[in-house]
Design a protein around this ligand. Structure first.
Ligand code: SF4
Length: 84
């Protein structure tokens, strides 16, 4: 029974990969979320959170000095600075 579940999961995964990749090839994925449309609350700079943020909290958890939450999504509240 375990092998049947494993094979079924692999088939479902392959179908999902095929569906998603063909949607992206036809540019349909760009219609799902407005990618690369920066949120207006980001601090000015090269790094930003766009409107496709799903509020998963990973960025805020990993880099609270850079990211915070504004409304229902994340923003970049401080642009990162690195020493050269
Ligand atoms: S919360 Fe942060 S890591 Fe999660 S989707 Fe939004 S921007 Fe990306």
């Amino acid at each position: 029974m375990y092998h049947i579940n494993l094979i079924f999961n692999k088939i479902v995964t392959l179908i999902m990969v095929f569906v998603i990749s063909s949607a992206c090839k036809r540019n349909l994925c760009m219609k799902i979320a407005p990618f690369k449309q920066p949120r207006i609350n980001n601090a000015p700079g090269n790094l930003f959170v766009d409107e496709s943020c799903i509020d998963c909290d990973v960025c805020r958890w990993m880099c609270p000095d850079i990211y915070s939450r504004k409304g229902i999504k994340s923003i970049v509240h401080t642009q990162p600075i690195s020493e050269v």
